[in-house]
Design a protein. Structure first.
Lengths: 488, 155
């Protein structure tokens, strides 16, 4: 492991972003395990606190996706207090949530994913980063990414008092309404976001889909994983981010389950393996079948492509057209191509932007009826949203005073952890032969990673703010053959 | 010449124990010091690209944060770092891996007013994966002295 500076952050947290690849006697990849650090003691930390504090506490769990935690907590607190938000409150929450989606999805695509495609997967790592992307696409486009992000964050700040860590989250509603003057700005942002999303999709198609080399990469078996899929859907079974039922489809796209998130424990079970801190999730009705893909497996994926696979379509017209085009090119639905998560992410950004337009034009957006105060303590609440990275569930229970007696979270990376292991294994299989890792192994494995954008512990603030990915190659006896990482 | 615009930025997560050291230091600074118009004292539980909004427009940024290292220095040890100490700019493998150095370089390329000086006070911590609100004694002992030091620097 190279150490370029005296203060070496490579091992800043044991297990952070570590991949263990086990080889068989022939020196080929037998298994791969993805490890992350678990944040411990969350439930104990929460016990005894007033449940209405949770929307303010949980954004601190993650410095990258605080809005979904805030929203899931707020929805759970609605349930704890047996109250349905007003129509206007729902519109405002959805507006805030869509603004988050647009921002988060674009940041992921342009900063994380696009270096592989715009600069190239084989490019010098010193150039394969966002600065290299700017070099290629030009300052104007980069400036637009920053501008759309800024405008969305202004909306989030307006509604959550600061961005991205929202401070609001009241049972039955929201803490502030929208004025007609603010509506004008919101409309302009929504229009800008729609135009930019369409541009981003065109860029993706020009750069990736129309480039045979890159399209081959997307369709390559190394990045193909045959699983079930899970995602939230609206009443038409179209993709939904804020509210709806959870739909599960099998590897052939047939509906396997549709359920109200209140009954998630009937459908999702957790499994503990000795090699990971993460409680892996699986489809309860199928039982734990281990780390394998296909029909014999009980593993499912969540996140952008999974949501599209698990739905009947998109909820907005322009996104629907893009959805149809994507599946026509990929040739199958569900599409099992892990790198198509990036494509799906951009289509979702377009839906979120179009939905912002819908909300911006809704007469009820500026109504003063922003809170339903008809609260009654039910002592149990489950809040579910689609976080950018996948289905997020917050489950709280309280005593007679509304003080927490139970807090359980299921986050996107839990759902995806086992499939990530399989994706890493398949990506690695093409790059380790006869015990020798080939040049490029690290980035090929990282590309599988990036598609899911897993959450790695969420303690993002500790310097230097970036985490190294370490790949450890082991022989069948567990002896370390090689360690590969980028010295940071 | 107009006085430099300075940002004192405390980073951390106060529900993950010692990870919150940067926040506690800026709170101590606010408690002890009346401030100056050209100096902003900000706390943020944020990382990555989001920092771009916070640091734009300042001439100098003083960051106070926790750090985990594998050198033998004890918890509470204070490192003084520059951006050069934070390593190379690379393509992150996840959103959680975007960093301050890349953010500043990106801001520069985009023509944003990025600080010409960045000083980082990094307090060594041992652990930041357990939810709790208290600092451990060796890290908590740093708060008052580091706050005084930063106040002296910006006063």
């Amino acid at each position: 492991m190279s150490k370029k500076i005296t203060i070496d952050p490579v091992t800043r947290l044991e297990g952070h972003g570590k991949i263990e690849i086990f080889l068989n006697d022939q020196g080929d990849v037998e298994d791969a395990f993805f490890q992350v650090t678990e944040l411990r003691g969350f439930e104990r930390f929460c016990l005894g606190r007033p449940v209405e504090e949770m929307p303010r506490i949980v954004p601190n769990i993650c410095g990258v996706c605080p809005t979904p935690h805030n929203m899931a907590a707020t929805k759970a607190v609605d349930k704890v207090y047996g109250v349905e938000p007003t129509i206007t409150a729902k519109l405002i929450r959805q507006l805030q949530y869509n603004a988050f989606y647009v921002e988060d999805h674009f940041i992921h695509f342009f900063f994380l994913a696009s270096p592989d495609f715009v600069v190239g997967p084989d490019a010098n790592p010193a150039e394969r980063n966002i600065l290299g992307v700017i070099q290629k696409v030009g300052m104007e486009i980069a400036g637009k990414v920053i501008e759309v992000r800024k405008r969305c964050r202004d909306i989030m700040r307006l509604l959550g008092s600061k961005a991205p860590h929202p401070e609001g989250g009241l049972p039955g509603g929201v803490s502030r309404g929208i004025t007609e003057e603010e509506r004008v700005t919101i409309k302009a942002t929504a229009d800008y976001a729609v135009e930019f999303a369409k541009f981003a999709l065109q860029l993706f198609k020009n750069v990736v889909v129309r480039n045979p080399q890159y399209l081959d990469l997307v369709l390559n078996d190394a990045y193909n994983l045959n699983t079930y899929y899970m995602g939230m859907v609206d009443e038409n079974k179209n993709v939904s981010f804020y509210d709806g039922n959870i739909r599960v489809v099998n590897p052939e796209g047939k509906e396997r389950a549709v359920f109200d998130p209140q009954f998630y424990t009937d459908h999702i079970a957790e499994w503990v393996e000795p090699w990971t801190y993460i409680r892996l999730t699986y489809l309860k009705v199928l039982g734990w079948q281990g780390l394998k893909e296909g029909f014999g497996s009980s593993l499912y994926r969540v996140g952008p492509l999974a949501r599209l696979n698990a739905s009947k379509g998109m909820a907005t017209p322009e996104a629907q057209a893009e959805y149809e085009e994507m599946y026509a090119i990929l040739g199958t639905k569900p599409a099992h191509h892990t790198l198509a998560f990036h494509w799906a992410r951009l289509i979702e950004a377009l839906q979120a932007a179009e939905d912002m337009q819908r909300i911006a034009n809704d007469p009820l957006l500026t109504s003063k009826d922003i809170r339903n105060m008809n609260l009654r303590l039910t002592k149990k609440g489950i809040g579910c949203v689609e976080a950018a990275r996948g289905t997020l569930i917050h489950h709280y229970e309280t005593d007679d005073k509304g003080l927490l007696t139970k807090a359980n979270l299921i986050v996107a990376t839990q759902h995806n952890a086992a499939p990530i292991c399989l994706s890493v294994k398949k990506a690695a299989q093409g790059f380790v032969k006869g015990g020798e890792p080939k040049e490029g192994l690290l980035n090929m494995v990282e590309m599988a990673f990036r598609a899911y954008d897993p959450c790695l512990g969420c303690a993002t603030h500790t310097l230097p703010g970036k985490m190294a990915l370490e790949v450890v190659l082991r022989d069948p006896q567990g002896n370390v053959l090689d360690r590969i990482s980028r010295g940071i | 010449m107009a006085s430099q615009k300075i940002l004192v930025l405390g980073l951390g997560n106060t529900i993950l124990g010692d990870d919150g050291i940067g926040i506690y230091v800026v709170r101590e600074i606010r408690r002890k010091w009346a401030g100056r118009p050209s100096v902003e004292v900000v706390e943020a539980s944020l990382g990555g690209m989001v920092l771009l909004d916070l640091i734009t427009g300042f001439d100098k940024v003083i960051v106070i944060d926790a750090i985990m290292t594998d050198d033998p220095k004890p918890a509470g040890f204070l490192y003084e770092l520059s951006l050069d100490d934070l390593g190379e700019i690379v393509q992150p493998y996840a959103s959680h891996a975007l960093d301050l150095k890349t953010t500043i370089e990106l801001g520069k390329r985009l023509g944003y007013a990025m600080p010409s000086a960045v000083r980082i006070y990094a307090v060594k911590i041992e652990e930041n994966t357990t939810f709790r609100e208290e600092l451990t004694p060796p890290v908590g002992d740093v708060v008052a002295g580091l706050a005084d030091r930063v106040i002296a620097e910006v006063s």
